[in-house]
Design a protein around this ligand. Structure first.
Ligand code: ADP
Ligand code: ZN
Length: 709
């Protein structure tokens, strides 16, 4: 069947995309030839398509083994919303529901079945599988997160070991194994454990070009920076902290500053964790403040930023954690807040470890992450080198490449600093040394008689920050040491003496101006697109809540961006946009196009006016038709008509709320809005109950917003 169309045509037909990403086409061709495959791509690389498209083109059903229940639900939602027959079976379902799904599968209604590994090989399931193979046929097994099979991976799951029984029992069915974990050891394990036969192996680059990397000094201004950044970002983000306590504190502080943030860590109950995670996925909140317990199996493609408010454990985990940003390939931001005092905290924890080997490894990993944080080279290059990948040149998307450092010779100042360390008998920390150099007057100095030292006040010409910068560079370059007992006392070493003896010069980096800010231009078209994007996001959220799915299941950010930039004016233009297939066009085309047209009309006219489509709805309303009747007449859904009416209300058109919602209900809804705010219709509905429809909520909300203007 697949020869009739080119693979590109099928890609557009089923998924709405125009082009394959690197590697995808070749993989799909090999899958269609029934080869075994090992596919290694970074998060967001587009692995799923590599088994989903072949599943649709081959006869029979493809069985996907996936370890994470939340992820299963998500993939099935996304496929179903594209009009593709997909379902899952796992322990969250009642036996009757499982039975119902199994019948649908045997009736050939399904192309992709997602399955938890623990279900495999139960007697009941194998007999079902035998039936399935006889009646419908199984085109392939796809093993997602295949690294879970290896004890050397970061997420070993014993139940994955049973997958090899599939190969033994059904040797004729091809297997695709997929993972984002790169080490050779794990790759080898996957191949042998699954008994793959001459697999075609695909390893993509681990570079994530859309991620911007930055490291910032963590200081007392950091919280304000963070807050400003979050307000500016608008999109969703994750902030990682080291401990449960700091998660709770930061989440609370952000909430108090008006950010929709929630905490996530192992100390919360299962239910709280699930609720908070769902609020994040559904865009009911903007920010998840979390320990590293959060993120595995979160498929949210539109995470716009990942901040590490505390230092990550090592480079590998930093790559995974920051990698949760921008799976949809849109520009996203990854920032580490780095402080030397975090380093000494971690150092102290490490020094408490009993096992010498563990201690050594932890030390090494810490050193690498410090190297990354203090490095002046391209951040991308440093990260990729851990995966044995070479990245050359300027990436133009990290702080170091955008603001190249200039260096200066600070040998004279270094000598002043080091000799001051010597004069206080190597018994004080950085701030005290700087105070002496700058001639500060304080108790500590006077009590120790340090105002009498020859180095007192010889460094007044440099600011505190400049001295700090030097001190850090001396530590980083190994020209001076610091104790790791938590006191951070400065000590001289062999190299310090080389500096004294003029055998070594001290070159330190000085930050240059932010080039990105100078280049960052702002034009009117972009500003308008941003306005429209905001409205389209609201519309998407409304549709998602009404259908009880995540907003990105409706359309992903990159597709919305294209809507905002290209402004499709009719269904045909709409369906041509990447991310829209015919199913989505018929489901959502009208409502989005009318929103876009409304926006365009308003841009041309000083006052907001209804779009043509909204005007037609208004006319029917004025003839006395109710929502169901207008929908029927116009061949649109009731949801679309209700949306038109609520927009008409906002635009001061003659639409009366009493025609749609009873006064008692209006009162109840208003009470609830006053209590909970009006940003989430879903939350309102959950609290009001099933008697209240989304349409009613939407209309009353618009009514209230109009009164408040
Ligand atoms: P992975 O499983 O490798 O982390 P996914 O399969 O979830 O990645 O894909 C990441 C994102 O890229 C998804 O939002 C997906 O819809 C999108 N995507 C995949 N292939 C393409 C393509 N050819 N064109 C555009 N977007 C794509
Ligand atoms: Zn770079």
């Amino acid at each position: 069947m697949y020869q009739l169309h080119s693979l590109e045509q099928s890609l557009k037909q089923f998924f709405g995309y125009d082009k394959f990403r690197e590697g995808q086409k070749e993989i799909i061709e090999q899958a269609l030839q029934n080869r075994d495959l090992l596919i290694i791509m970074p998060t967001g690389g587009g692995k799923s398509l590599c088994f989903q498209l072949p599943a649709l083109l081959k006869s029979g059903i493809t069985i996907v083994i996936s370890p994470l229940i939340a992820l299963m639900q998500d993939q099935v939602d996304t496929l179903t919303d594209n009009g593709i027959g997909a379902t899952f079976i796992n322990s969250t379902l009642e036996p009757e529901e499982i039975y119902r799904r199994e019948s649908a599968i045997l009736n050939n209604k399904i192309k992709l079945l997602y399955l938890a590994p623990e279900r495999l090989m139960s007697e009941r399931f194998t007999s079902f599988l035998d039936n399935l193979i006889n009646q419908v046929g199984v085109s392939a097994f796809a093993i997602d997160e295949a690294h879970c099979i290896s004890e050397w991976g970061h997420d070993f799951r014993p139940e994955y070991r049973r997958i090899k029984e599939l190969r033994q029992r059904y040797p004729q069915i091809p297997i695709s194994a997929l993972t984002a974990t790169a080490t050779k050891r794990v790759q080898h394990d996957i191949i042998t454990q699954l008994q793959l036969r001459e697999p075609a192996i695909h390893i993509s680059s681990f570079n994530r070009p859309n991620l911007y990397y930055e490291v910032r000094e963590k200081n007392r201004h950091s919280y304000n920076q963070l807050l400003k950044e979050i307000r500016l970002e608008k999109g969703a983000g994750i902030i990682y902290c080291m401990s449960r306590k700091s998660v709770d504190n930061l989440a609370l502080r952000l909430q108090n500053d008006g950010i929709k943030a929630l905490p996530y860590h192992a100390g919360l109950s299962d239910q709280e964790r699930i609720n908070n995670q769902n609020s994040f996925i559904r865009d009911d909140i903007q920010v998840m403040v979390a320990t590293v317990a959060f993120g595995m199996g979160i498929n949210k493609p539109d995470v716009r930023f990942v901040f590490h408010y505390d230092l990550p454990k090592n480079i590998e985990s930093y790559y995974q954690e920051s990698g949760r940003a921008g799976r949809d390939s849109e520009p996203s931001k990854c920032v580490v807040f780095f402080s030397l005092s975090d380093v000494s905290k971690i150092n102290f924890i490490i020094s408490q470890k009993e096992n010498q080997d563990e201690q050594r490894i932890a030390k090494q990993q810490l050193e690498k992450i410090i190297e990354y944080s203090e490095g002046t080279e391209c951040r991308r290059k440093i990260q990729l080198s851990y995966f044995g990948e070479r990245f050359k040149g300027n990436c133009a998307n990290c702080d170091n490449c955008l603001n190249p450092l200039i260096t200066e010779d600070w040998t004279t100042e270094a000598k002043k600093f080091l000799s001051c360390v010597a004069r206080v008998n190597q018994r004080f920390g950085m701030m005290h040394i700087i105070d002496i150099l700058r001639g500060a007057k304080n108790q500590k100095i006077e009590k120790n008689g340090h105002h009498l030292l020859s180095t007192y006040g010889i460094g007044k010409d440099k600011s505190i920050d400049q001295w700090k910068n030097l001190s850090r560079a001396l530590l980083h370059q190994g020209l001076m040491n610091e104790t790791t007992d938590g006191y951070r006392i400065l000590k001289l070493n062999k190299l310090s003496w080389e500096v004294f003896r003029d055998e070594r010069s001290v070159i330190i980096p000085i930050k240059k101006q932010d080039i990105k800010q100078i280049l960052g231009e702002y034009n009117e078209r972009q500003a308008e697109a941003a306005l429209l994007l905001d409205r389209l996001k609201q519309l998407r959220k409304y549709i998602a809540d009404a259908n009880n799915i995540a907003p990105y299941v409706v359309f992903q950010d990159n597709t919305l961006n294209l809507f905002a930039l290209l402004r499709p004016q009719n269904i045909k233009e709409f369906s041509e946009i990447s991310g829209v297939n015919s199913h989505k066009a018929s489901q959502y085309g009208d409502i989005f196009v009318s929103e876009i047209r409304a926006f365009c009309q308003q841009q041309e006219l000083p006052i907001a006016l209804p779009s043509d489509s909204q005007m037609v709805t208004l006319q029917f309303y004025q003839q006395g038709l109710n929502i169901a009747e207008i929908a029927e007449k116009r061949g649109l859904t009731m949801g679309t008509i209700a949306y038109h009416l609520s927009e008409l209300i906002l635009m001061n058109q003659p639409v009366n709320i009493n025609d749609f919602v009873s006064e008692t209900k209006q009162k109840e809804i208003l009470k609830m809005i006053n209590k909970l705010g009006d940003y989430s219709l879903k939350t309102l509905r959950e609290n009001l109950g099933e008697d209240y429809s989304y349409d009613e909520l939407k209309l009353v909300r618009a009514w209230r917003q109009k009164q408040n203007r």
